[in-house]
Design a protein around this ligand. Sequence first.
Ligand SMILES: Cc1cc2nc3c(=O)[nH]c(=O)nc-3n(C[C@H](O)[C@H](O)[C@H](O)COP(=O)(O)OP(=O)(O)OC[C@H]3O[C@@H](n4cnc5c(N)ncnc54)[C@H](O)[C@@H]3O)c2cc1C
Length: 332
Amino acid sequence: MDAQQKRNIVIVAYYLTRHPKFNPAQHTITLLEATAIASGASGKAGGLLALWAYPSCLVPLSYRLHRELAAEHNGAERWGYRRLGCGSLAAIVRASDIKPTEPKPPLPPTSNGTNGELPIQSTLSDEKTKDWEKLPKQDDKAAGLLQDSPLPHDLDWINGALIQHYEEMGSPGSTETAQVHPFHFTNALADLAKEKGVDIRLRAKVTRIHDLTTAGVRSVVYENRDTEEIRTIDDVTDVVVAAGPWTGKLLPRTRVEGLRAHSVVFEADVSPYAVFTDIQLPTDYAPEHRTSQGQRRRHKGNVDPEIYARPFGEVYACGGPSIPIPLHAVQS
Ligand SMILES: Cc1cc2nc3c(=O)[nH]c(=O)nc-3n(C[C@H](O)[C@H](O)[C@H](O)COP(=O)(O)OP(=O)(O)OC[C@H]3O[C@@H](n4cnc5c(N)ncnc54)[C@H](O)[C@@H]3O)c2cc1C
């Protein structure tokens, strides 16, 4: 369950510039990013913040800092900071509950050579080209069934007739859940850090950290990926590495590696809830992407996507982690 209150290098840079001893005339902070701000998990995560999450030694502090950041910088508008309901549910879907979907026309080809499936940061920056999936609307019949459902009455975008069990996360009434839009949050914090003097260099891929001992570091070498020039920053005193799953490549002793998880974002303006699911599918269920290719292989076992209503009219759904990421395949 991902609700451990995200930490990334942009947040580190932001807080360094707010340290009482930070003096831009004396201190230089340089942020080296191999691609773009929020291009990794920090831009594509769920964005959930939960007081019931773990580790309990860190979560209350992080949760409070998020609340304070939002209050200070108008986070509600800038990055969609808000409270939301959160629960886990168990559902049983029978064959008769699954409606056949209309065949979809192929997506138009795009200038980047993909089939119109743009990464989220591209769709956010170019509203006109986005090709959103739509959530099916609840019909009147389904809405009527909600009255007997164990779901909260305003969680009206899940078919209550399928639900066996619903439970609020944490301790009802005493542990809160909130959220941010991770892409907007990370970019806003980068802007705030930059305003206070952080030198943000994009497409700057760190290749080496020199003299990495307990006594400190000396220099950092990086490649400017536009010009392929190799540059060195000398007289470095401190380095913070937050390269997500690539951290282990820069600092092998950390043994940090990645797990792959898939997520999709829908355009839908629904009540603010995040749900952790456990859904039992019909035993003979074969997913449409297989049947449409003439394959009969059935889906085995339950599925458990996390589904979050998100600010700015989105719904985010994420599957569980699969295999470790082959890093050479994803680092562009
Ligand atoms: C699917 C998913 C859902 C999640 N949901 C939540 C959630 O709801 N709530 C929550 O709190 N947390 C969530 N998390 C966890 C959270 O997103 C991460 O813990 C956090 O974003 C990690 O930040 P990071 O900066 O370490 O890594 P990343 O955000 O992955 O950033 C790493 C950056 O390092 C750059 N980089 C890599 N190598 C180099 C190099 N050599 N030189 C320079 N730059 C380099 C990459 O380009 C990338 O931009 C989720 C994670 C995933 C994968």
